[in-house]
Design a protein around this ligand. Structure first.
Ligand code: IYR
Length: 221
C-alpha cells in the first residue's frame, strides 16, 4: 500500500435479512420513479436542490477528479431563454434531423418539439462535464472517464430527487451548446443533461411502458 493518508471506513455491517429488508424498501421506491413531462409550477425550496446536488457530488469519479458542474436555474427569464433555444433545436430534430428510425423509437413516449415544462417546472439543473480541469498554474489537467463519472453522478441526482418526493425529466435537447452561453460556462465544459425538476402536475399521466425483467437484463455465471 502507498503511504497516502487514510481514514477508517464508516462501515456498518448488516445481516442478509437486513440487506433484503432494506433493498425491498429501496428498490420498491426506485421502481416507482417515472420520467415526467407534465410539471406543476409549485415552487421547490432551494435547500432541497442543494442537498440533492451534494448527494450527486458524492458519486465516484475517475481519479476522484469530480469533473462536473451543476447549474441550478430557477430564474424565469433564464428558463424562458432555455426553452426558446431548446425548442429551436427540437423543432429541427422532430422535423427531419432525427430521421424515421429515431422518431419510430420515440413514438411510444408521445414526445414532440414543444417543451413548456422548461418554463413551468420550478428548477432546471444543467449538468456539465468538465472535459479537462485546470491546475493551480492554469495548465490543462487531463480528466479520466469524465463522461462515465458524470453519468453516475446524474444517476445519484435523479435517485436523490426521487427520494425527496420530486419528479424529474432527463432532457437532452441536441445539440446543447446553447447552455454554455446561457449558463455562462467555459469551453472546457459540455452539457450532458438538462434535468427538469419539480412536482408532477395534478392528474399527471405517463406513458404505459414497462421495464425489462431480471432474466432479460442479467446473466449470472
Ligand atoms: N430530445 C428530444 C428527443 C428525445 C430523445 C430521446 I433518446 C428520448 O428518450 C426522449 C426524447 C426530446 O426531448 O423530445
Amino acid at each position: 500500500m502507498s503511504d497516502q493518508p487514510t481514514v477508517p471506513l464508516a462501515f456498518e455491517a448488516i445481516s442478509p435479512q437486513e440487506s433484503r429488508a432494506r433493498l425491498e424498501k429501496f428498490a420498491t421506491r426506485l421502481r416507482k420513479r417515472r420520467t415526467v413531462r407534465d410539471f406543476s409550477p409549485d415552487p421547490v425550496a432551494r435547500d432541497i436542490i442543494e442537498q440533492a446536488i451534494l448527494a450527486a457530488g458524492s458519486a465516484p469519479s475517475g481519479a476522484n477528479q469530480q469533473p462536473w458542474t451543476f447549474v441550478a436555474i430557477s430564474d424565469p427569464a433564464i428558463k424562458s431563454r432555455i426553452r426558446q433555444a431548446a425548442e429551436a433545436e427540437e423543432k429541427a430534430f422532430y422535423e427531419g434531423r432525427a430521421g424515421e428510425e429515431w422518431l419510430d423509437a420515440l413514438a411510444p413516449l408521445g414526445t414532440d418539439w414543444e417543451k413548456p415544462f422548461l418554463e413551468t417546472a420550478p428548477w432546471l439543473i444543467a449538468i456539465f462535464m468538465q472535459r479537462w480541469g485546470q491546475g493551480p498554474d492554469g495548465r490543462r489537467v487531463k480528466h479520466y472517464y469524465a463522461l462515465e463519472s458524470v453519468g453516475i453522478a446524474i444517476g445519484f441526482l435523479i435517485a436523490a430527487l426521487h427520494e425527496a418526493g420530486l419528479a424529474t425529466l432527463t432532457h437532452t435537447p441536441s445539440p446543447m451548446g446553447f447552455l454554455n452561453e446561457i449558463c455562462g460556462r467555459p469551453d472546457n465544459e459540455k452539457a450532458i443533461v438538462l434535468l427538469v425538476v419539480g412536482k408532477p402536475a395534478d392528474g399527471c399521466r405517463v406513458p404505459a411502458i414497462t421495464k425489462k425483467s431480471l432474466d432479460e437484463i442479467a446473466r449470472f455465471i
